[in-house]
Design a binder for this molecule. Structure first.
Ligand code: ADP
Length: 159
């Protein structure tokens, strides 16, 4: 069985992330969604909440998707999951710049790592977690961007 790790902040998980998970399941037997906090991204939503929202949003995939929190080096985490594959989504050229830097650094630490970069479906190419937080924070409707469990979380006053 071949697994792939999909790391990110998922702050919160959006339909863009879900699309990447679904497409990665077409390539791998199992997707491990690894929820972490990158220092240059807003970590405002509690890790436990972000994990729980990922679980709710991805429940339809059953045990082919595992959701986990992580706070160690990504290269070490991936090895601890008995795989060497990482998947990330790509929206724009600026995503590519960022990803390429991460890939190069991580492969410096572990040359056997293999990255799979999936271009986003056009429908979600404009969508980002930070925009969703911004809209939700101003009381806007985020139903078309996120799973109902995520929308409900923000309606109930999630940060
Ligand atoms: P990070 O803080 O690690 O960038 P994110 O949760 O913002 O974490 O993103 C995780 C991954 O999901 C990244 O590879 C990112 O490019 C991808 N991603 C984010 N939004 C979308 C989207 N709308 N469509 C496809 N991929 C996306």
């Amino acid at each position: 069985m071949t697994s792939v790790v999909y790391p990110g902040s998922f702050n919160p998980i959006t339909y863009g992330h879900q699309d990447i998970v679904e497409r990665a399941l077409g390539l791998f037997d199992k997707v491990i969604v690894a929820v972490g906090t990158s220092s240059d991204k807003d970590p405002s939503t509690y890790l436990a909440d972000r994990i729980q929202l990922c679980r709710a949003a991805l429940a339809e995939f059953g045990d082919r998707v595992e959701v986990d929190g992580f706070n160690v080096l990504l290269v070490d985490y991936v090895r601890s999951k008995d795989t060497r594959f990482i998947v990330r989504g790509l929206r724009t050229i600026s995503d590519f710049d960022y990803e390429y830097q991460m890939i190069t650094m991580n492969r410096e630490m572990d040359p056997d790592l293999e990255y799979v970069l999936l271009p986003t479906s056009r429908q979600w190419s404009f969508l980002s977690s930070s925009r969703v937080r911004e809209i939700a924070g101003l009381g806007g409707n985020i139903d078309e961007f996120v799973h109902p469990a995520v929308a409900e979380y923000y309606r109930d006053g999630g940060v």
